[in-house]
Design a protein around this ligand. Structure first.
Ligand SMILES: [Zn+2]
Length: 159
């Protein structure tokens, strides 16, 4: 079971439902604080599809409703392990975080973070993905974005 997303350029994302459910579980447990993690997987270039295969959250999170300490530095070791143990098959694709009591729209900080990630020499993907999940203790709403040409371009969820 997968959740699929597509954007106006025909780029696709495939996220295993199991990983999405795990994300919702973490978000509700951390509510009303923000939380987040990173995605690892690969890109199917022929089908223009990013295939997410694993999700990881840092152990040490500095989390408040308005501030979430960025993830990449905590997770460099784990990313190296995944890259080596998969013989370079799996690599960093992007990250996710929650917007408690908010909307699934990127803040100016989110844009700056993705700009930095795209420029990071340790990150192979030049167009990292961002998943934002809003949550207010009852309902959630999710939206994927791809960082490209200095913008965050949204995806639509496919049924
Ligand atoms: Zn955000």
């Amino acid at each position: 079971m997968y959740r699929s997303y597509v954007n106006e350029d025909g780029l696709r994302i495939r996220l295993p439902s199991k990983i999405f459910n795990e994300i919702l579980n973490k978000i509700s447990k951390n509510y009303p604080n923000e939380c987040g993690g990173i995605f690892v997987g690969k890109v199917d270039i022929e089908n223009q599809c990013a295939l997410i295969e694993r999700m990881k959250m840092p152990n040490l999170i500095s989390s408040t409703p308005v501030f979430f300490k960025r993830l990449a530095s905590f997770l460099n070791d784990w990313l190296n392990d995944v890259f080596i143990s998969s013989s370079g098959d799996l690599y960093y694709l992007g990250e996710w975080h929650s917007h408690p009591n908010g909307f699934p729209s990127p803040s100016s900080t989110d844009l700056k973070t993705l700009q930095k990630i795209a420029k990071n020499n340790n990150v192979r993907i030049e167009t990292p993905l961002l998943l934002i999940v809003s949550y207010n203790s009852k309902v959630y709403d999710e939206r994927f974005f791809i960082y490209s040409h200095d913008k965050l371009i949204p995806y639509d969820k496919q049924d």
